[in-house]
Each structure stands twice: as C-alpha cells, then as structure tokens.
Ligand binder design. Structure first.
Ligand code: ADP
Length: 225
C-alpha cells in the first residue's frame, strides 16, 4: 500500500514578474514501511518537496495523496489535521518553540491529541533520546545536537505513520549524527514507520532502501541503494 503518492507535482514561486519553477512535474510513490532518501545539490528543491509531501505547503499543480488524503483538495486546517494524525516532521533548523521548555515542546503534539498522560509520555520520549534530565531547559540553553534530539522526541510524540526529516544529521558532530540516525532507523524497525530523509550525506542515503536524486526541481534518477 502506498502511504504517499506524488503525481506531476510542480511548485512555482512568483516574485514580481519573475517566475521560479522550483519543482517540475515530480512523480513518485512510497510504500508503507519504506525508507527512502532524497538527495541533490543545494537549491534543487528538496526542502520544498518535503514540505509539500507533508502538507506544510501546497503545490502549484499536480497532486499529493498522503495516507489516503488528497492534500490539494483540503483546506489549511484540514491539512493540519492530517499532519497531526499521520506525520512527524524533523526540520533542518529544529523549529522548537523558544518560549517552551524541552518537555513542553514535546508535549505539544500530545496535548493536540488530548492525551491525558501528555507530561508522562513526553518525559519518556526525552528519556528515549537521552535528554531525560534536560526537560526544564529552554531551547537556547541546549546545544544544536540536543535541540535536534528534542525535535525528534516531538516528532515521535505524534506516533507518526510517516516521518519526514530534513537533513537530520546535518551540522552535527559524527557521534551525535550517528545517535540520531539510530533513533530514526529504530522507529522504522520497532513501529514500521515510513521514513523519508532529505540528506546530502551519501553514507546515510546508502543505508536507505531507495534514493531519489533531484536536480533543478526534476527527478533525475531513482535507484535502489
Ligand atoms: P534545497 O532544499 O534542495 O536546498 P529548497 O527547496 O530549499 O532547495 O529551495 C529550492 C529553490 O526554491 C531555491 O532556489 C530557493 O531559493 C527557492 N525558494 C524556496 N522557498 C521559496 C519561497 N518561499 N519563495 C521563493 N523562492 C523560494
């Protein structure tokens, strides 16, 4: 079963009279439980593609069917509901809420799901990423690697069917990168979560089952890793 089907997806940004085609007729499917990577040069459209697949933004033309939902037919609120139900997202720059502590950041998706045990569950997730003793810290009081781990705990809190991660190991030292890689791959092993990783790290890409190469907004090739 496909958890994600992308068909003829294009994204055009307009600035004044200039048009920039960032994604150009992209088509691919991802089966439930698969692990795939999207690689390509900087500016090739990877982050834009990930955002469209996750329903964070909408395409100009074409379609994205995510967990049975045709995203282009939904309002922004309906897309948010699909995200809350099915998606985990790890952002390149973490996007933690600066006014909330680490624990409170992880609690956000749990409270949206009205989980009564939100605090307990969030603490368990911080323990899982090795930050059980950092719950009261604010994002500015954490290192980059620690912020990334909080953002992973927040993504896991959603119990996602599909996890999108934008350069999850970028800008991190090797040891922290390996820890984060293991956390993400274990989620697939333990829960069967589909993984879609944008990365420039070819070693990481080689550990995934399929690699989609993108350049200038077009898929250049799809290869088995
Ligand atoms: P990558 O992740 O591969 O580095 P991006 O998807 O971030 O590429 O960006 C692809 C292109 O789209 C870049 O040229 C970028 O400047 C442009 N772009 C991204 N977001 C916007 C936006 N909101 N408005 C205009 N152009 C954008």
């Amino acid at each position: 079963m496909n958890i994600l089907s992308v068909s003829n997806l294009s994204k055009v940004y307009t600035s004044g009279s200039r048009k920039l085609t960032v994604l150009d007729e992209v088509t691919f499917d991802i089966k439930s439980g698969e692990i795939i990577s999207i690689v390509g040069p900087s500016g090739s459209g990877k982050t834009t593609l990930l955002g469209l697949c996750a329903g964070l933004d909408s395409g100009s033309t074409g379609s994205v069917v995510l967990d049975g939902n045709s995203l282009e037919k939904l309002s922004e609120d309906q897309r948010a509901a699909v995200r809350n139900q099915s998606v985990g997202f790890i952002f390149q720059n973490f996007q933690l809420l600066p006014t909330l502590t680490a624990l409170e950041n992880v609690m956000v998706p749990l409270e949206l799901k009205k989980r009564k045990d939100a605090r307990k569950k969030a603490q368990e997730l911080l323990d899982k990423v090795g930050l059980g003793n950092r719950g009261t810290h604010y994002p500015t009081q954490l290192s980059g690697g620690e912020q990334q781990r909080v953002s992973i705990a927040r993504a896991f809190a959603n119990e996602p069917k599909i996890l999108f991660a934008d350069e999850p190991t970028g800008n991190l030292d090797t040891e922290t990168g390996e820890m984060i890689e293991k956390l993400i791959f274990d989620l697939n092993k333990e829960e069967g979560t589909t993984l879609v990783l944008v990365t420039h790290d070819l070693e990481l890409a080689a550990k995934t089952q399929r690699i989609i190469h993108i350049k200038g907004g077009k898929i250049q090739e799809e290869a088995h890793a």
